[in-house]
Design a protein around this ligand. Structure first.
Ligand code: NAD
Length: 289
């Protein structure tokens, strides 16, 4: 049976499950499209921090777009209450496969029959979340980067997603100030994260081979692309341990990747240089934690 698209979505709430770094940012974008947004997180402290973040950020986002208009938002620790009547659920819980499987099982059981269930996972295809899901045709990946600053969204099928759901999301997401791009085949790292991974990898390799330094690579990157920062500065911001985890994930799938980038990251990490969060990484000019 074809999936019934929630055509009346504009008058129904959207839900974000997990109110951490990304969840609260996704909530801001959804609320800026004028729909009411409910944020579910089991941690009351996180919910309160997310509400403060949304309250502070939403007015600026609404003011930056002529078509924007602020919806209401509220936090709750009751999943059933959050899901009642909702047309869209975006999952943004920690990046743990078993947890995601369990959450998608719950969402599939408790959400409205026409609710679309989307995952913000950075590294798992939604195909992997279907073990306890009876209606896989409504499950997909919608991978937000870092809204409201970086507003691209990868939209990827689980392999069993109804085509109408993908088309509906590609058509509807721009209303919320984000730019959807379809990932046309299953891809670890989707579209842009994969390209960015290649840039980071080659930048690290150039330094690992002794061809250049982090400072010179960043300087050249800025001069030639006009970007405000280079890959090493950005890796310091993300955290070198996180960058290494991501690269190891790609290397596990592709044994032909060079080892130099992982070795170089490992050397910095073993000296306690994790980037901004530890006060030093490729650069030293960060406040000491
Ligand atoms: P986070 O740790 O900041 O937030 C996760 C939140 O989920 C926490 O507030 C936690 O209390 C909550 N949570 C835990 N169990 C839950 C449950 N069962 N139900 C509901 N909420 C629960 O994580 P994050 O960085 O926001 O990442 C969330 C997702 O977004 C991950 O899949 C990650 O891969 C993806 N992502 C992260 C980034 C990033 O830069 N941080 C970028 C793009 C995508």
């Amino acid at each position: 049976m074809a999936f019934q698209i929630p055509a009346d979505y504009a008058s129904r709430p959207a839900v974000v499950v997990g109110a951490g770094t990304l969840g609260r940012r996704i909530a801001v974008m959804l609320a800026s499209g004028g729909v009411d947004v409910r944020v579910y997180d089991p941690d009351a402290g996180v919910r309160a921090a997310a509400e403060r973040y949304i309250e502070q950020t939403l007015p600026g986002v609404v003011a930056s777009r002529a078509d924007a208009n602020a919806g209401n938002f509220s936090g709750t620790g009751d999943l059933g209450e959050a899901l009642a009547g909702a047309w869209l659920v975006v999952e943004a819980v920690p990046e743990k496969l078993e947890l995601k499987k369990q959450v998608f099982g719950q969402l599939d059981e408790l959400a409205e029959p026409d609710a679309i269930l989307a995952s913000n996972s950075s590294s798992y295809a939604s195909r992997l979340f279907l073990d306890h899901v009876a209606h896989p045709e409504r499950v997909l990946n919608t991978h937000f980067y870092m809204p409201p600053e970086q507003n691209a969204v990868d939209v990827m099928s689980s392999g069993r997603t109804d085509r109408a759901v993908l088309d509906f999301m590609l058509e509807t997401l721009p209303r919320f100030g984000v730019h959807p791009f379809e990932v046309r085949r299953e891809s670890t790292g989707f579209i842009f994260n994969r390209i960015w991974a290649a840039i980071k990898r080659e930048a690290l390799e150039v330094v690992a081979e002794g061809v250049s330094t982090p400072q010179d690579v960043d300087g050249m990157f800025q001069v030639n692309t006009g970007a405000s920062g280079g890959p090493f500065r950005l890796m310091d911001k993300v955290g070198l341990d996180v960058v290494l985890d991501i690269e190891e994930h790609y290397a596990a799938e592709n044994p032909n990747l060079p080892e130099g980038p992982r070795k170089l990251l490992g050397e910095y990490i073993s000296q306690g240089r994790l980037g901004v969060k530890s006060g030093a990484g490729f650069y030293d000019d960060y406040p000491k934690p």
